[in-house]
Design a protein around this ligand. Structure first.
Ligand code: SAM
Length: 265
């Protein structure tokens, strides 16, 4: 079950796309979780693959573009994301919850769940669904962030939201992270493999940091229709611009990272 908060956050693909583009362009080291997932699952191109929490479906579009011949499924709870998946020729787009995957047992050769499990209220239930719907001899790969990823930007957004009375109680809390996922996956799948990526976002100018911080607003309770959203954005933008003015030649560096945990089924 998703919350009204998550539904609002993913009703429009734009903030997600801003975050993805920011990680691609402003990471200190190359940042490509999709490539790390592909390295973990070693596709031959014929697999029946389900991408759970597929988002704007660029991962599935990439697979289709490189000639994947097996059936591709994009499943998400957001109608906007499902529409994006449906627009890719050959992709079966499914509006559903990871905790209740509407497929038979042993349906998929490969299941990927990239940067989505931390939104699921009961991540163990979703992992059990991955186990149930994956065929014996298949593979599952899950990507989650490190706890406390991008702490500086998170603190900045939380502080500006707080100055308008939006408390941290309204902030999004991850249900699983790179510290807790390995034990959860081991319980369900047995032996797992971990690929770890430690990185940072690095901004040399205010504009891309402002864009990224705004794309985090919903996670800190500043919803798209919040009456003070524009005022919060204006204050935060001034604060970020001041920081760059008072730190000439310096970068805003914010540590982050993720793991890809994969298992044979
Ligand atoms: C951070 S985005 C990641 C999207 C994509 N996997 C990527 O890495 O670009 C999280 C996605 O998970 C979806 N989502 C959240 N909770 C879900 C659930 N319980 N079941 C399926 N999808 C969910 C959201 O709608 C959103 O599209």
């Amino acid at each position: 079950m998703t919350s009204p908060r998550l539904e609002a956050e993913y009703a429009d693909p734009t903030p997600l796309q801003v975050r993805i583009d920011t990680h691609r362009k402003y990471s200190e080291k190359p940042d490509d979780p999709g490539a790390d997932v592909l390295a973990a699952v070693e596709l031959t191109g014929t697999e029946h693959l389900a991408d759970i929490g597929c988002g704007d479906a660029r991962f599935l579009a990439g697979l289709a573009a490189r000639g994947h011949r097996g059936p591709l499924v994009g499943l998400d709870t957001s109608p906007a994301m499902v529409a994006a998946a449906a627009a890719i020729p050959g992709v079966q787009a499914v509006l559903a919850d990871a905790e209740q995957i509407p497929f038979e047992d042993n349906s998929f050769d490969v299941i990927t769940a990239r940067h989505m499990l931390y939104h699921v209220p009961d991540p163990r239930a979703a992992l059990a669904e991955f186990r149930r719907t994956a065929k014996p001899g298949g593979a599952v790969a899950v990507v989650v962030n490190h706890p406390d990823a991008c702490p500086r930007t998170a603190e900045l957004v939380a502080a500006h939201a707080g100055s308008y009375g939006i408390t941290t109680a309204e902030a999004f809390t991850a249900t699983v992270d790179s510290d807790t996922l390995p034990a959860m996956m081991t319980d369900i799948f047995g032996t797992i493999r971990i690929h770890r990526s430690d990185n940072a976002l690095v901004f040399d100018a205010a504009a891309p940091l402002i864009r990224f911080a705004e794309a985090l607003f919903s996670f800190y309770g500043v919803m798209p229709d919040h009456p003070r959203r524009q005022a919060i954005l204006t204050d935060m933008s001034e604060d970020i611009e001041d920081w760059f003015t008072h730190h000439p030649g310096q970068s805003w560096r914010d540590p982050k990272g993720y793991i890809v945990a994969s298992a044979a089924t």
